[in-house]
Design a protein around this ligand. Structure first.
Ligand SMILES: [Zn+2]
Length: 496
């Protein structure tokens, strides 16, 4: 490779790398980070999104680790069609009511008007129900445990990249069971899988709980959700698991003969996590300088920047490649940055892209057999700059997995501390309004959808869930004074 000619920091490069500070305007920050970190771009059709290689690499890591968990809990992957006859959606009354405003409908194909319009799937309960009805005849056929990785379309009036796009990628699990007990066990198992994945892979500690009736999935009996807190105190619903009862079994005739030869309806579940989770990563961990990626989802966990001019750069680059090879042997995802850019440009770029660990390797380091290591967050000096640590190559290589694990725990603890600082038990309306402006309010609530609507109108906050853990409590509804439902405080927040 050729040596860079006096790598001056051009002002153009600098402005390309800067983002609006999060503290100034989180919306502008969010868009800047997505653009400058090259995660995604708007597609030509409104509400669509092009996921660029760096963003897609995060999705692939997420997908792989989530898929492993689905397989470990007994599920198999399958694929169902993109087009669904419109009449299918009408078979489950609540389902069609919930999804009707968001549907994309195909009326023409092959130059002719279709006899029956086709819906582009917003979710697949209906077509899966049709197939389950064919596949299930006896109790011996149950349970059926299926997952599908696909794209769905829900028409978005106010699209936001990763958070709300007209087309998005996700997985949808669909299962059928002999009875409520078995189906509820599955619903809660997958709810647990999402919660564990969010904490142990995405480093986001979630509030776990059940949706109130007004916030349930259209057609579900019970909906369980994990809700993450973003850096502006808003909630982001990150994964949901639904017990569908026999609603879809009745609509699609999913029946089976039980052991006594009596015809029974199966109990079904569905559960999903989507590319929204990338939005959650950005908003839960990021800072003024850009992305902060948790190591288990970072496409590059370590970036090595060789430093030097002329022949010296050739030598440090060769050593960087050697060290990278050693790190890869330890299972670390590592990139050597050989671009014809200044070290300063590269440091800023990788900082913005949220790479957990940065290694510098200059000619003097090479002579001394050491490298210089800095981590993205959590180890700053008094001026807020990342501390630099000089390590031997052996120390760097042998200790890297442990460092990445510690960094993961640091991000969890940081997110947990932020969430706890921005959560409060609230007992009067004035304090409620102030609390939901910057965090989660735990309040007693009557559970009435009309009362929820009044609260939302006034404060833009919605009930996120009734937490599955926490002290039991009852009293008067914070908004209307009627007796509280659920026996526990409800978490209210503004949500993405
Ligand atoms: Zn009320």
């Amino acid at each position: 490779m050729s040596a860079p000619k006096s790598p001056a920091k051009s002002p153009q490069n600098r402005s390309e790398l800067s983002v609006t500070p999060m503290s100034e305007d989180i919306s502008a920050w969010y868009n800047d980070v997505i653009a400058r970190a090259e995660l995604a771009e708007r597609g030509p059709a409104k509400g669509t999104m092009v996921i660029r290689p760096y963003g897609y690499a995060i999705w692939e890591l997420l997908q792989r680790q989530l898929d492993d968990r689905f397989k470990a809990t007994g599920h198999q992957n399958a694929y169902f069609p993109l087009f669904i006859p419109e009449s299918y959606l009408r078979r489950e009354a609540e389902h069609v009511e919930g999804f009707a405003p968001e549907l994309a409908v195909v009326t023409h194909g092959g130059g002719k008007e279709l006899e029956e319009p086709l819906v582009v799937r917003p979710t697949s309960e209906t077509v899966v129900g049709e197939m389950f009805a064919k596949w299930i005849s006896s109790y011996r056929d149950l349970p059926i445990l299926i997952n599908a990785w696909n794209n769905v379309v829900r028409w978005e009036l106010r699209p936001r990249m990763f958070l709300r796009t007209t087309e998005f990628l996700w997985q949808e699990g669909h299962t059928a069971h002999v009875d409520e007990a078995d189906a509820m066990e599955e619903t809660l198992r997958m709810f647990g899988v999402y919660d564990e994945f969010a904490r142990n892979v995405a480093a986001i500690p979630m509030v776990r709980g059940e949706k109130t009736p007004g916030e349930r999935f259209a057609g579900a009996k019970r909906t369980f959700t994990i809700e993450g807190m973003m850096r502006d105190g808003k909630a982001l619903q990150s994964g949901t698991s639904h017990y569908l009862g026999t609603n879809f079994a009745h609509a699609f005739d999913i029946t089976y003969q039980d052991e006594q030869n009596t015809l029974q309806h199966a109990h079904t579940t569905s559960w999903g996590m989507s590319t929204r989770m990338i939005g959650a990563l950005i908003l839960a961990h990021g800072d003024d300088r850009g992305l902060v990626l948790p190591p288990r989802l970072a496409p590059h966990q370590v970036v090595i920047v060789p430093i030097g001019r002329g022949d010296a750069l050739g030598t440090t680059t060769a050593e960087a490649q050697r060290v990278a090879g050693l790190l890869r042997e330890q299972g670390v995802r590592v990139e050597v940055d050989v671009r014809d850019q200044s070290p300063g440009f590269k440091f800023n770029d990788w900082e913005l892209k949220g790479v957990p660990m940065r290694v510098e390797l200059g000619p003097r380091d090479l002579e001394a057999g050491v490298v210089v290591l800095a981590q993205r967050v959590g180890d700053e000096d008094e001026d807020g700059r990342a501390r630099k640590h000089t390590l031997s190559v052996a120390e760097l290589v042998d200790g890297m997995q442990a460092r990445l694990d510690a960094y993961h725990e640091l991000l969890v603890a940081r997110a947990e501390a932020y969430r706890d600082e921005h959560s409060a038990r609230i007992d009067d309306l004035e304090a409620f309004d102030a609390q939901v402006a910057h965090g989660f309010a735990y309040a007693l609530h009557c559970g009435e959808p009309t009362c929820e609507a009044t609260i939302q109108e006034r404060t833009r906050a919605t009930p996120r869930c009734v937490p599955t853990e926490g002290p039991e409590e009852s009293g008067a509804c914070i908004a209307c004074g009627a007796p509280s439902a659920y026996g526990r405080r409800v978490v209210f927040a503004r949500a993405y």
